[in-house]
Design a protein around this ligand. Structure first.
Ligand SMILES: O=c1nc2n(C[C@H](O)[C@H](O)[C@H](O)CO)c3cc(O)ccc3cc-2c(=O)[nH]1
Ligand SMILES: C[C@H]1O[C@@H](n2cnc3c(N)ncnc32)[C@H](O)[C@@H]1O
Ligand code: MET
Ligand code: SF4
Length: 369
């Protein structure tokens, strides 16, 4: 698959067939479900693409860039509310498409949106938060320029299929998404990806997309969770939303395709939690006590305690997690191939944030120097 893109993901058609045969009722529900508390920082909504389902993107206007002061005050608020994760999301290559964004960055001393992302991540670490970057497609060089200050990063594969929602002069290509995921693997960046369900792909495309993610994970071991995200209707997308039966089947396929260490994430503000946990989902992603979901602003976050009640009524434990999975953390010292020293310093520091994070991961060894 995608040999022209320099990617040789050989997707075995018999693996596709066996995923297509997966029954949601045959998958075991998890014993534990995880969730992270985050603060959402949309650095800019300007984007080179114009995906048919997305209301996030907008041409630059009055609020073309989330100002450094606004970034820092949101970070402070997030930490005060007990968040662990600073989620940095923005349109793809906004400064390459729009001179207004380049100028807004330049006026603040940044030559690219990656430089701004790096600065934002450092402010997050200064505030005691762990950065998760969701910057869209990135080259290996762009990822390398921020990797040491990121606890984890992600980009949704969405689908390996060519769909109308990604067509046209401002369309995305699956090969570019796959190359980003591969580059993150080459650089040992703990990574989140996922598929967007209901954008015109068929069942075979869903199976192939999951198997493409599995193939990249088998090569690099960097995938920490795979999001099964239902497309939601809005003023730009009037297509049908996938129903719970469809999502259950996709979740069961994901749980079957991926090894147990890779979590299957569902967004609790967009999907019915209970039936999807029964079909094998074991992570609820990030929920925020302080910010809306800027990608789907109409969809309010459930309260943490309501989620806990839902999950626990199923006999499943809800456990808070960090934006980086424990298996990527250094066993000693402050860094390893996955985690940069600036991130390790926050997790293992003798600070309130460090103590909070070590309590979450059950590390009783005390601070490291
Ligand atoms: O709050 C949100 N978090 C989103 N997240 C964040 C995710 O819930 C968590 O940040 C990760 O699980 C890391 O903790 C994404 C992360 C990605 O890497 C790619 C796509 C998304 C999409 C969303 C989203 O729409 N809303
Ligand atoms: C950050 C991620 O949000 C997802 N995204 C964008 N628009 C929508 C929508 N209407 N419904 C659900 N997910 C969406 C895309 O998959 C993107 O990668
Ligand atoms: C609302 S999407 C934000 C992240 C990026 N533009 C992507 O599509 O991956
Ligand atoms: S989904 Fe991401 S890439 Fe697509 S238009 Fe929205 S912001 Fe841009």
């Amino acid at each position: 698959m995608f040999p022209a893109a320099g990617l040789d993901l050989s997707i075995d058609q018999s693996a596709v067939e066996s995923l297509l045969a997966v029954e949601p009722t045959a998958v075991e529900p998890p014993e534990t479900v995880t969730v992270a508390r985050n603060v959402f920082l949309p650095l800019t909504t300007a984007c080179r693409y114009a995906c048919g389902y997305c209301t996030f993107y907008d041409p630059p206007g009055a609020a073309d860039l989330l100002d450094p002061e606004a970034v820092r005050s949101k970070l402070r608020r997030g930490r005060e509310a007990g968040c662990t994760e600073a989620l940095f999301t923005f349109g793809d290559d906004p400064d390459e498409r729009y001179t207004a964004i380049h100028e807004a960055l330049s006026a603040r001393g940044f030559e690219s949106v990656q430089e701004y992302l790096r600065a934002g991540a450092k402010w997050a670490l200064d505030a005691g938060l762990l950065p998760h970057g969701n910057p869209g497609e990135q080259t290996r060089e762009e990822l390398a320029a921020v990797a040491d200050v990121m606890a984890s990063m992600g980009v949704m594969l969405e689908t390996t299929a060519e769909v109308p929602a990604h067509a046209g002069p401002r369309g995305k290509s699956p090969a570019d998404r796959l190359r980003t995921i591969r580059a993150a693997g080459e650089l040992s960046v703990p990574f989140t990806t996922g598929i967007l369900v209901g954008i015109g792909e068929d069942w075979r495309d869903r199976a192939e997309s999951l198997l493409a993610i599995r193939a990249l994970h088998e090569r690099y071991g960097h995938i920490q969770e795979v999001i099964v995200q239902p497309v939601t209707q809005n003023e730009r997308w009037q297509g049908a939303e996938p129903g719970t039966d469809t999502l259950r089947r996709v979740v069961a396929m994901a749980r079957t395709a991926l090894p147990p260490a890779v979590a299957v994430q569902i967004p609790p503000n967009l999907a019915s939690v209970e039936p999807l946990l029964r079909a094998g989902a074991d992570d609820l992603g990030g929920v925020s006590p302080v910010t809306v979901d800027h990608v789907n602003p109409e969809a309010a976050w459930p309260a943490f305690r309501d989620l806990a009640a839902t999950v626990e009524s199923m006999g499943i434990a809800l456990r808070e997690r960090l934006p980086v999975r424990e298996r990527f953390l250094p066993a000693s010292g402050l860094e390893n191939e996955w985690i940069g020293e600036p991130v390790g310093r926050v997790i293992y520091g003798d600070t309130p944030a460090g103590r909070h994070y070590r309590a979450i991961i059950g590390d009783t060894d005390g601070p490291r120097t």
